[in-house]
Design a protein around this ligand. Structure first.
Ligand code: SAM
Length: 292
């Protein structure tokens, strides 16, 4: 039995053996701490019936622990230089498939059908490339894939945004979008020092559990998301002023916009950051009755 990959010594050995150099532009900060990995695994609740999707396996530090516990692991890695290294580091596991693709372009739905169809539930477990955390998560959530949970590490600030409540500094359209699809829990803060090379920021592991149906009922999702984004364009402005900028010919319709807000029981002088998901849903569902 070889030693875990997620240690400074084994990581260095693999780096030297394959002459690998990190690419900052790909968010390559590899985990070198087995405790952090164990905590991620525990939070995920993987069983031997689980199919796990990993985004960015790197040299396989997390992947190998996933492979030991899950039924199958499907990993997407963009950097082709890592493919032979993963072949080496994961050679003793026959339940791992590595796909050399950009996760933002991959057809995850058909990959799930091809590789994970015999798994009882599907989860995402990953130390994400931080520069694309939001597009990765929103892309997966909006595709309505059969994914039951996500245990993902990201930049601490972004993790704070996912879990933020109304009227806090971190609350915004990303909080609303993620909380529309999932319930969000913070798992642990991870210091810079457990990565090679260390990133500039601390990290947060977050668990997202898919809701059976969205957190609020909206008639038109596109409109709901447009209104939530529009409410935060200028955080310091009132909801009325933000929507005056969002809605076409708003000057002519100011009275109707105020009436729409009031019919939804939103005082026009409130700031967007104070509105709950439910209030945005109410606004969205009442919108059709008013000009836009
Ligand atoms: N899982 C490894 C670990 O924890 O040690 C590596 C994590 S590292 C933070 C992020 C990984 O994502 C890198 O291996 C990087 O090459 C990969 N990556 C970056 N952009 C990607 C993309 N668009 N699609 C798939 N993988 C990507």
């Amino acid at each position: 039995e070889h030693k875990d990959i997620a240690t400074p010594a084994r990581t260095k050995l693999l780096l030297d053996k394959h002459g690998f150099s990190f690419k900052k532009s790909l968010g390559q900060n590899f985990l070198i701490d087995t405790n952090v990995i164990n905590n991620i695994i525990t939070a995920s609740g993987i069983t031997d019936e689980s199919g796990v999707i990993e985004i960015g396996p790197g040299m396989g530090s997390l992947t190998e622990q996933l492979a030991k516990r899950a039924k199958k692991v499907l990993a997407f890695e963009i950097d082709q230089r890592l493919i032979p290294i993963l072949g080496d580091s994961l050679s003793s596991y026959n339940n791992v498939t590595v796909i050399n693709e950009d996760i933002l372009k991959a057809d995850v739905k058909s990959a799930i059908e091809t590789y994970l169809s015999d798994c009882k539930e599907i989860m995402v477990v990953a130390n994400l490339p931080y520069y694309i955390t939001t597009p990765i998560l929103m892309g997966l959530l909006e595709e309505h894939l059969p994914i039951s949970s996500y245990v993902v590490m990201m930049q601490k600030e972004v993790g704070e945004r996912l879990s933020a409540s109304p009227s806090t500094k971190s609350y915004g359209s990303l909080s609303i979008a993620v909380q529309y699809y999932t319930s969000v829990e913070k798992v642990m803060i991870v210091p810079k020092g457990v990565f090679m090379p260390p990133p500039n920021v601390d990290s947060l592991v977050v668990k997202l559990t898919a809701l059976e149906k969205p957190a609020v009922t909206v008639n038109n999702e596109d409109l709901f998301f447009k209104l939530t984004r529009g409410a935060f364009v200028q955080r310091r402005k009132t909801i009325l002023n933000n929507y005056m900028s969002l809605i076409q010919n708003s000057k002519e319709h100011k009275g109707e916009i105020i009436a729409w807000l009031e019919a939804s029981e939103i005082e026009p002088i409130r700031r967007g950051e104070s509105l709950t998901l439910k209030e945005f849903a109410e606004l969205s569902n009442n919108f059709e009755d008013f000009p836009h």
